[in-house]
Design a protein around this ligand. Structure first.
Ligand SMILES: [Zn+2]
Length: 81
């Protein structure tokens, strides 16, 4: 499925590191569900779980329901894809 787009600040927890649920190393990154996980670990999990339920936004497949990309923003000019 490829890389996740986690540009939103919601994925960075300024309160500190927690143990990644995949590799166990500290990370300030959070999934949409608030789960501590490195972005690369989430991408790896998606690759290893191709049959996991999907998350869709406006008919587009953004990843799995556990780890998925931010929905694309439509009214931003500052380089958002
Ligand atoms: Zn990790």
């Amino acid at each position: 499925m490829g890389l996740l787009n986690w540009g939103s600040s919601q994925h960075y927890d300024h309160s500190g590191n927690c143990a990644c649920t995949q590799c166990g190393k500290p990370t300030p990154m959070r999934s949409h569900g608030g789960e501590p996980v490195h972005k690369v670990c989430a991408e790896d999990w998606n690759d290893r779980n191709p049959s996991a339920s999907r998350h869709q936004h406006d008919g587009r497949d953004l990843g799995t329901s556990r780890y998925h990309s931010d929905p694309p923003r439509k009214s931003r000019k500052d380089g958002a894809r």
